[in-house]
Design a protein around this ligand. Structure first.
Ligand SMILES: Cc1ncc(C[n+]2csc(CCOP(=O)(O)OP(=O)(O)O)c2C)c(N)n1
Ligand SMILES: [Mg+2]
Length: 348
């Protein structure tokens, strides 16, 4: 009875937005040659950048924590395609892909990873603490779910200023069980804030699978108690992500309040560089890699639909490698911050 009543109270548009990934056949339309090739290039940039960061970590050039986004690229790239200037993005510590998708300079990101003077935080922040107000990227946060109230605040700022900009708050399946997430949901709905909550459900929080740690696993339904609609999305398919992003952004810009997108995704690497990932089998990872890889899916479509030849795709790859190599070179040769920087950018 209670469920039926809730359904009746949901506006028609919210009902349309709610649902599981398998109900999304209509969202799998091609984006067309130009958009798919742009997505291919952007996802490849993240993949190659992260591979290089992994190598540089192994060589001791990057210290501290380093969480790679390899496997999850379609999520940020598809979401970014629906944004406009002034929209805000905030995320946790698995953040390099978000920065690159937002258009931040790979040299500045890599130099921050190596702790150098021309990194985005002048070499004082590292992997988890980079920002670019110009690109609408508000970090980079190491405390699980801490970005959720902050992202809600960014949505509040947009509404308070009378802008039609949206705020994108990314967080993981593990973070979805944090208390502050639900306090944020409550405020976002109460004040009808333009907040898009994107749950990157890669099925693990460090070494713990969602099934072992969570009383319910359909995370797109987590807004139900607050009347926030949610949709589960195939986060390995950039077409599905872009379609969901378009709907969610429109929903928010038109003043309908917050919305949740649960992105079904997977990370190929361990939680961080120091995780040997013994809690899952090689076969499990291999299966996703070979059957659902977000970049390979676009590559195959591009060939099949004759959007690009093998040679043309190799050229995109070569160009991306060049950008990443230049970033690595820059980050290796840039000086470390001057010791006097210890006393700048701090609260006295
Ligand atoms: C408040 C808090 N608790 C615990 C940690 C340690 N920790 C870092 S990442 C993480 C797992 C989070 O997993 P999830 O939200 O699924 O994101 P993913 O790493 O999979 O992207 C934990 C428990 C932390 N950083 N902050
Ligand atoms: Mg996770």
């Amino acid at each position: 009875m209670a469920v039926a009543k809730n359904k009746a109270q949901q506006p028609a548009a919210a009902r349309q937005l709610s649902g599981k990934a398998e109900d999304q056949a209509e969202n799998k339309a091609d984006l067309g040659k130009d958009q798919e090739l742009a997505a291919y290039r952007d996802m490849l940039l993240i993949r190659r950048f992260e591979e290089k960061a992994g190598q540089m970590y192994g060589m001791g050039l990057i210290g501290g924590f380093c969480h790679l986004y390899i496997g999850q690229e379609a999520v940020v790239v598809g979401m970014q395609m629906a944004l406009k200037k002034g929209d805000a993005i905030i995320t946790g510590y698995r953040d390099h892909g978000h920065m690159l998708a937002a258009g931040m300079d790979p040299k500045g990101v890599m130099a921050e990873l190596t702790g150098r003077a021309h990194g985005y935080s002048k070499g004082k922040g590292g992997s988890m603490h980079m920002f670019s107000a110009e690109k609408g990227f508000f970090g980079g946060h190491g405390i699980v779910a801490a970005q959720v109230p902050l992202g809600t605040g960014l949505a509040f700022a947009s509404k308070y200023r009378g802008q039609d900009n949206v705020s994108l708050t990314y967080f993981g399946d593990g973070a979805a069980n944090q208390g502050q997430v639900y306090e944020s949901f409550n405020m976002a709905k109460l004040w009808m804030l333009p907040a898009i909550y994107i749950i990157e459900n890669n099925q693990y929080a460090m070494g713990t699978s969602l099934k072992r740690a969570s009383a319910t696993v359909d995370l797109y339904q987590r807004g139900a108690a607050h009347g926030i609609p949610g949709e589960q999305v195939d986060g390995m398919d950039v077409r599905a992500v872009k379609a969901a992003a378009d709907k969610a952004v429109k929903w928010c810009r038109e003043g309908n309040g917050p919305i949740i997108l649960e992105m079904m995704t997977y990370r190929y690497r361990g939680h961080s560089m120091s995780d040997p990932a013994k809690y899952r089998t090689r076969e499990e990872v291999e299966k996703v890699r070979t059957e659902h890889d977000p970049i390979e899916q676009v590559r195959q479509r591009a060939i099949q639909k004759k959007w690009a030849s093998e040679d043309e795709l190799k050229k995109i790859d070569a160009k991306v490698r060049e950008i990443v190599n230049e970033a690595a070179e820059f980050a290796t040769n840039d000086p470390e911050p001057d010791p006097s920087e210890l006393y700048t950018d701090i609260y006295a």
